[in-house]
Ligand binder design. Structure first.
Ligand code: MG
Length: 423
C-alpha cells in the first residue's frame, strides 16, 4: 500500500454559542482542516487539524513530496520524515504530522481489518468518560443559546448538560472574569452537584499568588485537579507547593522534553494529552507510558475537535490503562459534525469507541461541502481575539479581566430567569 495523493479541505462548523476564554473566544464556529490521504489500492484515510484556510491547506499539501510512495503502515518512519526534532527548529510540524498520522492509522486499520486502538495494544474499555465543559458564552441570537456569566446561569447550563448527556465531572473554563467570580461560580457548581467531581481551568491567566489564594479556597471541593491556574513549569511548581489539590496542565507540557523537565521539577501532577499538540496518537500514547511508570495522572485534552479528532481521542482513551479522569471535549458545543450519521452520542457521560476499522468514522461528503462553503462565506477567526472586545488582548498574568457588569448581584435573578425561560 502506497500513498498516491492527499487533500485538505477547510470547514467551519457552527457552535451553539461563542465560547469565551482567557485569551479571547471561539467566535461561534470551529474552523478545522479535514485531511484525506489516498492510497494506490483506492483506500482513503481521514485526518483533522485545528485551524484552516489557504495557509493550513498549503502546509498540508506541501508534505506531498514526503508522502507519495510512503507505506501508511510505516508510522515510525512517517514521524522521522516529518517531525525529526532537530529539523523542527526550522519546521515545527507536530500538528501537521498528527493530521497525517491519523489518516495513516485509519488507512492501516482499514487495510489490516483492525481498529486504531489495536495499533496501541488494543482496547481496555469500549467507552470513554467525558467531563462537561462549561464556558462563559456570549449569547447567540441565531440559536437563542449562551449568555452565561453568573453562578446561577452556569449552574443552569451545567444542569441542562448533565440532563442531556449524563456528565458526572464538570470543568469550568475560567479566566474571563476576575478570579473571585470564577471562585463563586465554581463553588456554586460544587454545591449543586455534591456527587460529582470538578476541575477549574483559567487558561493560565492568574498570577502565582492569585492561583494559591483561589486554590486554597477550593480545597474542600471534590476536585479532579486544578488546571493551569498560572503560566509555566516554575509557576505551577510554586502553586503545587502551597495548594493541596493535584495540579494539571495542557499548556506547558506538550512534548517529551517538557515532560522530562516537569518530572525532574516535580512541577505538575496530571498531564492532559492532546492527540494534535503532541504530534499524533502514537506520541500521546507514548507519553502515557512514561506517566504510568512515574504514576502521574493522565487526562485527555480537547483542542476543539470535530468527529475525526474525537475518534482519535476515543481510541487513545480505549488503549491506556491509566486514564483515571474523565476526558475533555468541546464536542457537545457543536451543532453538527462532518461524519456520516451525524454527531456521536454521549450516553451516561460516555462516548462509545468506534467499532469500525481504522478510526471507524466515515466522512459525510454533503456535510463536508456544506461546511466548506460556510468557511468560504464566514472565514477564519483568531483564537486570541475577542469579537466583542476588539481592542483587548491577553497578557500573563492577566490583571485587566472583563468587567462582570452583568454579574452584579441585583441582575443575577433576572438573568437566571431568562435562561430558564428559554429551556
Ligand atoms: Mg486547559
Amino acid at each position: 500500500m502506497k500513498i498516491v495523493d492527499l487533500r485538505a479541505t477547510t470547514v467551519a462548523v457552527p457552535l451553539e454559542a461563542p465560547l469565551r476564554h482567557a485569551n479571547g473566544a471561539h467566535w461561534g464556529r470551529f474552523v478545522r482542516t479535514i485531511v484525506e490521504v489516498e492510497t494506490d489500492d483506492g483506500l482513503i484515510g481521514l485526518g483533522e487539524m485545528g485551524g484552516g484556510g489557504e495557509a493550513a491547506e498549503t502546509s498540508i499539501r506541501a508534505l506531498k513530496p514526503y508522502l507519495v510512495g510512503h507505506d501508511p503502515l510505516q508510522l515510525e518512519q512517517l514521524y522521522w520524515k516529518i517531525c525529526n526534532p532537530t529539523a523542527s527548529l526550522y519546521n515545527n510540524r507536530a500538528q501537521l504530522h498528527a493530521a497525517i498520522e491519523f489518516a495513516c492509522m485509519d488507512l492501516a486499520g482499514k487495510k489490516l481489518g483492525i481498529r486504531a486502538c489495536d495499533m496501541l495494544g488494543g482496547a481496555l474499555r469500549e467507552e470513554v468518560r467525558f467531563a462537561s465543559y462549561l464556558f462563559y458564552r456570549y449569547a447567540d441570537p441565531k440559536t437563542g443559546l449562551g449568555g452565561e456569566e453568573t453562578a446561577d446561569q452556569m449552574v443552569a447550563a451545567a444542569r441542562k448538560l448533565k440532563r442531556e448527556h449524563g456528565f458526572r465531572s464538570h470543568k469550568l473554563k475560567g479566566g474571563v472574569f476576575p478570579p473571585d467570580h470564577d471562585l463563586e461560580v465554581y463553588l456554586a457548581l460544587a454545591a449543586e452537584f455534591p456527587e460529582d467531581s470538578f476541575r477549574l481551568d483559567p487558561n493560565a491567566a492568574w498570577s502565582v499568588e492569585e492561583s494559591i489564594r483561589i486554590g486554597r479556597a477550593i480545597e474542600t471541593v471534590r476536585n479532579d485537579y486544578f488546571e493551569d491556574p498560572c503560566w509555566g513549569l516554575e509557576g505551577m511548581r510554586r502553586v503545587r507547593s502551597f495548594v493541596k489539590i493535584p495540579t494539571a496542565t495542557n499548556t506547558v507540557v506538550v512534548n517529551f522534553e517538557q515532560l522530562a523537565a516537569c518530572i525532574r521539577l516535580n512541577a505538575i501532577d496530571v498531564i492532559l494529552l492532546d492527540t494534535t499538540f503532541w504530534g499524533g496518537l502514537r506520541q500521546a500514547w507514548k507519553a502515557t507510558v512514561v506517566c504510568e511508570k512515574f504514576q502521574w495522572g493522565i487526562s485527555i485534552h480537547s483542542s476543539g475537535e470535530l468527529g475525526i479528532q474525537l475518534a482519535t481521542m476515543l481510541h487513545l482513551g480505549a488503549a491506556i490503562p491509566n486514564l483515571t479522569f474523565a476526558a475533555d471535549a468541546h464536542y457537545h458545543h457543536l451543532t453538527d459534525d462532518i461524519l456520516k450519521g451525524g454527531k456521536m452520542k454521549y450516553v451516561d457521560g460516555k462516548i462509545a469507541v468506534p467499532t469500525g476499522n481504522g478510526l471507524g468514522v466515515e466522512l459525510d461528503r454533503d456535510k463536508l461541502q456544506l461546511y466548506a462553503e460556510l468557511f468560504r462565506s464566514t472565514g477564519g477567526y483568531a483564537y486570541d481575539r475577542d469579537p466583542q472586545r476588539p481592542q483587548w488582548f491577553a497578557v500573563v498574568p492577566e490583571t485587566r479581566f472583563a468587567e462582570p457588569n452583568e454579574c452584579r448581584r441585583g441582575q443575577k435573578k433576572e438573568r437566571s430567569q431568562n435562561i430558564s425561560g428559554r429551556k
